[in-house]
Design a protein around this ligand. Structure first.
Ligand code: ATP
Length: 236
């Protein structure tokens, strides 16, 4: 499949109405790499993902995907450009079947059936549930479905916002195993917001520490995630 899409955010200023939340954030995510965004509650992690996927305005600075400046594109066009955003909380359609949810994820692509087959290789647990409606699945299964559905669009940059919130330890492990497979088999680029530092360190190359809307550290995940003093100072 196609290689991951690089992401460059330069001096990004964004927020909600008159409330400025990010005050000049810069990050550089190499194609095919994975970064973790960490920081305490309210640091602006979800806000950064929302700006990248076009849900919030770029008030200053720029967002570049591959070689294209997408700063003023709509969420729809950014999705078309290859960005898959999986927001916090489940977003599956409760009354549609698992199969229908997945096919919708392909966004009208003619090869949706082939993508579905390929995806079910990676998410075998969904195969037995194709005919069930979304609302019948457990919370954890809905979370898996939400992720699988986003993958049906073949994203080349995957934005994941706290994917393990509310999952049991067993499902959390299962999900991380899947994410690692997707990373290595699909070669997509990942930006991950995750409170579980150990899991994030396993999946990602770089960690970016945000505090009050600013980047204060960028380091290899394994070193940042093992810096206990730093974590104590900034993640509580
Ligand atoms: P958390 O783990 O709590 O989600 P976060 O780092 O993802 O933390 P954000 O959700 O990005 O933080 O929030 C950053 C700031 O933006 C916070 O001060 C929050 O109150 C504010 N904020 C978030 N969403 C909105 C909104 N819809 N309207 C106004 N302010 C918001």
């Amino acid at each position: 499949s196609e290689a991951g899409l690089g992401l460059v955010v330069e001096n990004l200023v964004t927020g909600y109405g008159s409330i400025e939340v990010l005050h000049g954030v810069s990050i550089n995510v190499e194609p095919g790499s994975a970064v973790a965004i960490v920081g305490s509650n309210g640091a602006g992690k979800s806000t950064l993902l929302r700006a990248v996927s076009g849900l919030l305005p770029v008030l200053a600075g720029s967002i570049t995907l591959g070689s294209h400046d997408v700063s003023s594109l709509s969420p729809h066009k950014i999705a078309r450009a290859g960005v898959g955003h999986i927001p916090e909380g489940r977003q599956v359609l409760q009354r549609l079947t698992v199969r229908e949810n997945l096919i919708l994820g392909a966004q009208g692509s003619a090869d949706a059936p082939e993508r579905l087959d390929a995806l079910l290789e990676t998410f075998p647990a969904l195969r037995d549930k194709l005919g069930q409606v979304g609302g019948q699945l457990s919370g954890g299964q809905q979370q898996m479905l939400a992720i699988a559905r986003a993958l049906m669009a073949n994203p080349r940059l995957i934005l994941l916002d706290e994917p393990t919130v509310g999952l049991s330890p067993k499902l959390t492990d299962e999900l991380y195993y899947l994410l690692a497979r997707i990373r290595h088999e699909w070669k997509a680029t990942f930006v991950l917001v995750e409170q579980n530092i150990a899991l994030a360190a396993d999946l990602t190359d770089q960690a970016i520490l945000l505090q009050r809307g600013r980047v204060i550290r960028t380091e290899p995940s394994k070193s940042l995630m093992h810096d206990e003093d730093l974590l104590k100072a900034y993640l509580t």
